[in-house]
Design a protein around this ligand. Sequence first.
Ligand code: PMP
Length: 385
Amino acid sequence: ERKEPNYFGAGPAQLPTSVLQQAAKDLINFQDLGIGAGEISHRSPAGVEIVDNTKAYLKKLWHIPDTHEVFFLQGGGTTGFSSIPTNLTASFAKKHGKAGKPAYVITGNWSSKAREEADRLGFETQVVVNAKAVDGKFGDIPDVSKWNIPKPEDTPYVYYCDNETVHGVEFREFPFDQFKGIEVVADMSSDFLSKPVDFSKYGVVFGGAQKNVGIAGVTIYIIKKALLDYPTVGELRKLDIPIAPIAFDYPTVVSKDSAYNTIPTFAVHIIELVLERLIKNGGIKNQEQENIKKSNLLYSTLEKYPAIYNLPVSKRARSRMNVVFTLKDKSLDAIFLKEAAAQKLGGLKGHRSVGGMRASLYNAVTYHSVELLAQFVENFAKEHQ
Ligand code: PMP
């Protein structure tokens, strides 16, 4: 039991109370088996059913076409930073006989980190654009005219982060037309299932579960099946291409239906329950509408008090998931957070690298919670202007 939280943490984040109540029961005794969902074998019929249902719900809810496969890995979003270059260069090498040069669109710290990891692993990367180099700071998506579009014959993939959680920068639409013949890879850790996505345009979409769809411990991947054909390990070695650890080798994991090694079955079950609820509540378009409504309310309230609040992200790139704002008078930061906490509005402190505030409005954050926050933002501004 708990009172409905008003929690705006960036991740791990709030989940629907009804889901957690069901999950709590299932942790102790799943489907009357006399044993819990975290205790059953991932190869038992009940364990396999959890994975299969979760995949099926995700495909249905997010309209994932049969050209694409869904699978789960442990390791978090960060594992994607390493597994994407190792796997997609292998896939590229099958056709082109070389790793090629992974290309990165950098619009905040998470895409920066992804590129750094590809470099660290020994890949030669190309930077399509670095928003910080263009504007002096992160907070916008530079116009495509300023991007260096890579050549398809050299480029195993172009990588971008659909929603930069720390900087509050989100793509409305990636400029796919500029990248004909190149696989597009998106990190959707922090806007996973927050809006419809046209998967036919993507090679890979991945995201950690712990913001919009579950608890930490699972990363969800959606991959174009045609990308699962690799050269042998011996051939990759000859080409000097770093080899993915076996538990993060996509074709291996897909061929074992996400159970090559032990999958966090309970964490996947929570995703299953979240998806079930989303389907019942009217699906992805409904969720998107709700997310638009929530973020519009908060942004428009903040905009009413320009003497008090600063919105550092350019309007066209504003995230619907992570509303970043600062107080013009920094000495008010601590008071803002303290007064918010007194009203049970939690998780508002901005990331240490940006400062200020960040309100994360993930799927499970209700419109009512955002109304309470908007009211607080308004009252605080009136008190201090
Ligand atoms: N990508 C994005 C967009 C994120 O927000 C995060 C985590 N906040 C990560 C990747 C890294 O995820 P993890 O901590 O699960 O490795």
